[in-house]
Write a protein that binds this ligand. Structure first.
Ligand code: ZN
Length: 149
C-alpha cells in the first residue's frame, strides 16, 4: 500500500513532468521578476498579471531541479484567479510550512489551504533544498511588489 511519502513524490514528479501555467505573459501589462538559487542552479521567471484585486494570470518559465520547478507549477495553480489578499495569505502559509519567519496569521483567520503544495512539506527536513522549494515564492513576492499588489 503506497504511503504518504509515495503520494507526495508522485505529486512532485507530476508537476515536474507536466508543469502547469508554463510560459510568459506580455510585459506590460504583466510584470516579471526573476529568481536564482545559486546553491542548486535553479532559475525562475514569474510573470504576473494583476487586474484590480485579482491575480488574473500567472506564468512561470525557467529551469532547475524537480523541487524548484514543481513548486513553481503548484504555486501558479494555487494563486491563479485568486484575490491579491488570498495570494498573500497562500504565500505566507507556504513560507510558514517551510519554516521561514512569517508574521502570524491574524487571530481567528482560517489558514490558507495549500492543497498539492503540502507535498513539499517533507523538504523542510533537507535544509539545502528549502531554497529550491521557496525560490518561486520569493520571486512571486518580488513580482507582487513590482505590480504594486
Ligand atoms: Zn534546486
Amino acid at each position: 500500500m503506497p504511503g504518504l511519502e509515495d503520494l507526495y513524490r508522485e505529486i512532485i514528479l507530476d508537476h515536474y513532468r507536466s508543469p502547469r501555467n508554463r510560459g510568459t505573459l506580455d510585459t506590460p501589462p504583466a510584470v516579471m521578476a526573476q529568481g536564482h538559487n545559486p546553491l542548486c542552479g535553479d532559475e525562475i521567471q514569474v510573470y504576473l498579471l494583476v487586474d484590480g484585486d485579482t491575480v488574473a494570470d500567472v506564468k512561470v518559465s525557467g529551469q532547475g531541479c524537480s523541487i524548484s520547478q514543481s513548486s513553481a507549477s503548484m504555486m501558479t495553480q494555487a494563486i491563479r484567479g485568486k484575490s491579491v489578499a488570498d495570494a498573500h495569505r497562500i504565500l505566507d502559509a507556504f513560507r510558514r510550512m517551510m519554516g521561514l519567519e512569517v508574521a502570524d496569521a491574524p487571530a481567528g483567520e482560517e489558514p490558507a489551504k495549500l492543497g498539492d503544495l503540502e507535498a513539499l512539506q517533507g523538504v523542510v527536513k533537507f535544509p539545502v533544498r528549502i531554497k529550491c522549494a521557496t525560490l518561486a515564492w520569493s520571486t512571486l513576492s518580488q513580482a507582487m511588489e513590482n505590480a504594486g499588489a
